[in-house]
Design a protein around this ligand. Structure first.
Ligand SMILES: *[C@@H]1O[C@H](CO)[C@@H](O)[C@H](O)[C@H]1NC(C)=O
Ligand SMILES: *[C@@H]1O[C@H](CO)[C@@H](O)[C@H](O)[C@H]1NC(C)=O
Ligand SMILES: *[C@@H]1O[C@H](CO)[C@@H](O)[C@H](O)[C@H]1NC(C)=O
Ligand SMILES: *[C@@H]1O[C@H](CO)[C@@H](O)[C@H](O)[C@H]1NC(C)=O
Ligand SMILES: *[C@@H]1O[C@H](CO)[C@@H](O)[C@H](O)[C@H]1NC(C)=O
Ligand SMILES: *[C@@H]1O[C@H](CO)[C@@H](O)[C@H](O)[C@H]1NC(C)=O
Length: 324
């Protein structure tokens, strides 16, 4: 039976994990805080931090705020960067280059004054094909004068799209807890820029409508090639080629919101044949109203335990959204 309530609660699942427990084993010191961390290969991970007086030093003796982690010997080597990577977004594009975008403005905390404004930053890394992280492609390429975003973005999402490029979604002009109309980048841009769109952004009604909790919108590409974005308690299916919102999906149930500052996550589940219908799982976040003030928020407020999922059907030239 189909329900009109299209996001459903999943029953609690009790997993038989009694024998398997995780333990933390300290192994080496990264020398920076790997706020943004991504595995590059069996031997390497890349780490971006906020510029501080970090123990990880560049050859010139200055503190690094980026580095490579070596899984072979649990140690870090520094990477030279120009702009402030704190609060950046990004993803791999199809030629194997990791593209980090946006970040934080000038930062003078704790010895971090050495980084340039990162909010329009574009940082290219790789492909780094050597096991030890040396050689071509294994350094961060930045040229802030000539290679930068169209607008400033703090907390943007980066999403690889079907043509192999990066879609850059939203963000704020400045560090903030809640976004606001006068600082929100309610728009998208692409790297590399799409033909005819160099130096421009695409306004987004969806991001405007999901203020003030529209930072780091959870985003994924569907098998149709369209982009599903979830922000605050709303979701949209966006067609990149025609620059149109095809459909708003139902709101997340029970007042739950994801996205900064409510956090939570959304994940496209593995696709299976014969229909490869995409199902998206949305877990965590908060059921606080988005009108709550910072003063009313407490570390003691629980996050939600809710998981919901939605299956997006893409047949017959229209979308049918249903509970499986
Ligand atoms: C990958 O593509 C980007 C965007 O076009 C480009 O800037 C970069 O140089 C490319 N990297 C390689 C290794 O070709
Ligand atoms: C760890 O391995 C990397 C890559 O081979 C090397 O550059 C680095 O010097 C090693 N570090 C230590 C502490 O042995
Ligand atoms: C944005 O508007 C708020 C009031 O709604 C104000 O407090 C704040 O200073 C403004 N920020 C900027 C950057 O103009
Ligand atoms: C964005 O939202 C504000 C209200 O928060 C509204 O006044 C404005 O018209 C909206 N802009 C667009 C382009 O939808
Ligand atoms: C979604 O959030 C809006 C305010 O941002 C609120 O008016 C609406 O009731 C919420 N929807 C649900 C299902 O909680
Ligand atoms: C959170 O709860 C603890 C334990 O009850 C209490 O000591 C603390 O003051 C609370 N913190 C806030 C910010 O409410």
């Amino acid at each position: 039976m189909r329900s009109s309530k299209l996001f459903t609660l999943l029953p609690f699942v009790h997993l038989a994990i009694a024998q398997n427990t995780w333990t933390f084993v300290p192994q080496g010191n990264s020398g920076i805080v790997p706020l943004e961390l991504i595995t590059l290969s069996p031997t390497l991970a890349l780490m971006y931090d906020r510029p501080y007086a970090n123990p990880l030093k560049l050859p010139n003796g200055e503190s690094a705020w980026a580095g490579l982690w070596h899984f072979n010997n649990n140690s870090a080597t520094p990477l030279d960067t120009i702009t402030n990577t704190f609060c950046a977004g990004g993803a791999f594009i199809s030629n194997g280059t990791l593209v980090a975008v946006g970040g934080q403005a000038l930062d003078n905390i704790a010895g971090g004054g050495m980084a340039e404004d990162g909010r329009m930053g574009i940082r290219l890394f790789g492909p780094c094909t050597s096991a030890d992280g040396s050689g071509p492609g294994c350094t961060v390429f930045e040229d802030p004068e000539t290679l930068h975003l169209v607008v400033t973005r703090w907390y943007p999402t980066g999403l690889r799209i079907p043509d192999g490029s990066l879609m850059i979604i939203g963000g704020s002009d400045i560090l903030t807890t809640f976004n606001a109309l006068n600082i929100s980048q309610n728009n998208y841009e692409f790297f590399p820029p799409r033909a005819g769109e160099e130096g421009t952004v695409r306004p987004s009604k969806f991001l405007n409508d999901t203020l003030p909790a529209n930072l780091f919108p959870r985003s994924m590409v569907l098998p149709s090639g369209h982009v599903l974005m979830i922000s605050n308690n709303q979701s949209v299916i966006y067609d990149i080629e025609t620059n149109t919102e095809l459909q708003r999906l139902p709101e997340l149930p029970n007042g739950v919101r994801i996205g900064v500052p409510f956090d939570g996550f959304a994940q496209l589940l593995p696709l299976s044949g014969p229909d490869y219908e995409p199902t998206v799982l949305v877990c965590g976040g908060s059921n606080k109203p988005d009108t709550i003030t910072l003063a009313e928020m407490s570390v003691n407020d629980s996050a939600t335990t809710q998981c919901s999922r939605i299956t997006v059907k893409t047949s017959a030239h229209e979308f049918h959204v249903a509970v499986p």
